[in-house]
Design a protein around this ligand. Structure first.
Ligand SMILES: Cc1cc2nc3c(=O)[nH]c(=O)nc-3n(C[C@H](O)[C@H](O)[C@H](O)COP(=O)(O)OP(=O)(O)OC[C@H]3O[C@@H](n4cnc5c(N)ncnc54)[C@H](O)[C@@H]3O)c2cc1C
Length: 408
């Protein structure tokens, strides 16, 4: 970065799914855009590795799908769950009206690297890693840029628009003073990997047992595991013998016994704190928040990345012309929130309902687990598996890339 004056049309804080997709789309539309990412690479664990049918549809609309699917991935056609002794398919993606009737499991760093590479082809795209946004620059009540800390010092970057895509602990939304509504979550998630052998079951599986919930995603040679615990319980668990944790995992996933033995201690297990919240207003003059920065998503349904990408597509559609022509008004930012608020509200409402009605009761249950009514209905009426598939795979009001966005 040049030290004197850095000035761009749009400066995006955060190179996660929301920030990288918006950066790519704006660059493709010919908008001068800079993405700042505080880490030095995309190699972070616990980011969720699910690429949903709606995102794959966006990749198709951008002409990138075939090349994208050449990257190593696993295809998940259905989601399965076991409640006590009852096993069932909860969602079947094969019937979705999309090009890909599956969720692609792919390390998120591969997805983000792919977007970064594609974006780098456009001269109007700039991407800086190890560049952390630490403050906003404001003039007369309007955000006009950010202050960023890099390996070579601190810089002021001026922009017509600052986008906060810096995730659930967004510094941008905090510094902007945007008000947040918290919805609470009864659980946290312990995240770890177990070696997978050829004899293990092939499908993704959620297991609900008295007091415990366990998710295992097939990642080829390993299982990505999520062990759901009551909020705040981790400190108590850490004081206990690691062996009892190992035994609890083996009980839930007996096929992974050999992998569980390889877990050494609590350092092999990461705590992911679950939060659900939403900004009352996603914007201020000169500033917009999208993705988890605007609405931290629960891991329920694994839809957070999906929503982040959809926000990016909606924001690009609404903003690219105004940004390109230097005509951005606050009303454009209002239109982005208006477009994305309903899908976000409905999705969070469903997530909170599942947290309260299914997850919280299972976590405190000590007797035999009775499958919830919804699970019993899905077991009896397979046709209805298309509904969760639609909510998870496509979401509410899927976005499509404006065909005029690509600069000729
Ligand atoms: C336990 C758990 C499991 C989950 N599993 C899934 C799943 O399987 N599938 C799914 O779809 N969703 C999942 N989610 C939700 C998902 O992780 C998020 O909804 C999604 O990552 C949001 O994308 P984003 O781009 O808005 O933010 P993020 O992915 O959080 O990206 C924000 C980026 O901004 C960077 N950043 C932060 N601060 C700054 C700063 N000051 N300056 C510059 N850069 C900054 C960060 O390093 C990061 O790269 C899960 C969530 C949890 C808690």
């Amino acid at each position: 970065m040049a030290s004197e004056k850095i000035s761009v049309r749009c400066c995006i804080a955060g190179g996660g799914p929301a920030g990288m997709m918006l950066g790519y789309l704006l660059a493709r539309a010919g908008v001068n855009v800079l993405v700042l990412e505080k880490h030095g690479d995309f190699l972070r664990d616990f980011r969720g590795d699910t690429i949903h049918p709606s995102t794959l549809e966006v990749m198709h609309e951008l002409g990138l799908l075939d090349e994208f699917l050449e990257l190593p991935h696993q295809k998940v056609y259905e989601l399965n769950a076991q409640f006590g002794e009852m096993r069932l398919t909860v969602a079947d993606f094969r019937y979705l009206p999309t090009r890909c009737g599956f969720v692609a499991l792919m390390p998120q760093w591969d997805f983000l690297n792919f977007l970064a590479e594609k974006a780098a082809r456009y001269p109007s795209f700039d991407f800086k890693m190890e560049a952390e946004v630490i403050g906003l620059i404001e003039e007369s009540g309007r955000v006009v840029g950010v202050r960023a800390k890099t390996t070579t010092g601190e810089y002021d970057i001026r922009a017509d628009l600052v986008v906060g895509a810096d995730g659930r602990n967004s510094i941008v939304r905090e510094k902007a003073g945007l008000r947040v509504k918290e919805f609470g979550a009864p659980m946290d998630v312990l995240w770890f990997r177990l070696r997978r052998s050829a004899e293990d079951p092939a499908v993704a599986m959620g297991r609900f047992d008295s007091g415990r919930i366990f998710i295992a995603l097939n990642r080829g040679d390993y299982w990505q595991c999520g062990y759901v615990i009551a909020k705040g319980q981790f400190e108590h668990m850490r004081r206990q013998d690691f062996e009892s944790f190992r035994a609890a995992v083996v009980k839930l996933a007996p096929y992974a016994r050999a992998g569980v033995r390889e877990l050494r201690d609590w350092d092999d297990v990461k705590l992911l704190t679950v939060r659900v919240d939403r900004l009352l207003e996603w914007f201020r003059p000169g500033l917009l928040c999208i993705g988890d920065a605007a609405h931290a998503m629960s891991p329920v349904g694994g839809v957070g990345i999906n929503l982040a990408i959809q926000d990016a597509v909606a924001a690009a559609n609404v903003l690219f012309k105004a940004l390109r022509e230097g005509q951005l008004a606050t009303d454009h930012l209002r239109r982005v929130q208006k477009r994305r608020e309903l899908p976000t509200r409905l999705t969070q409402w469903l997530q909170v309902a599942v947290q309260r009605r299914i997850i919280a009761p299972v976590l405190v249950e000590s007797g035999p687990l009775k499958p919830p009514l919804g699970a019993r209905l899905l077991a009896k009426l397979p046709f209805f598996r298309r509904i969760p598939a639609r909510i998870i795979g496509l979401g509410v009001r899927p976005e499509h890339v404006d065909p005029t966005l690509t600069r000729a």
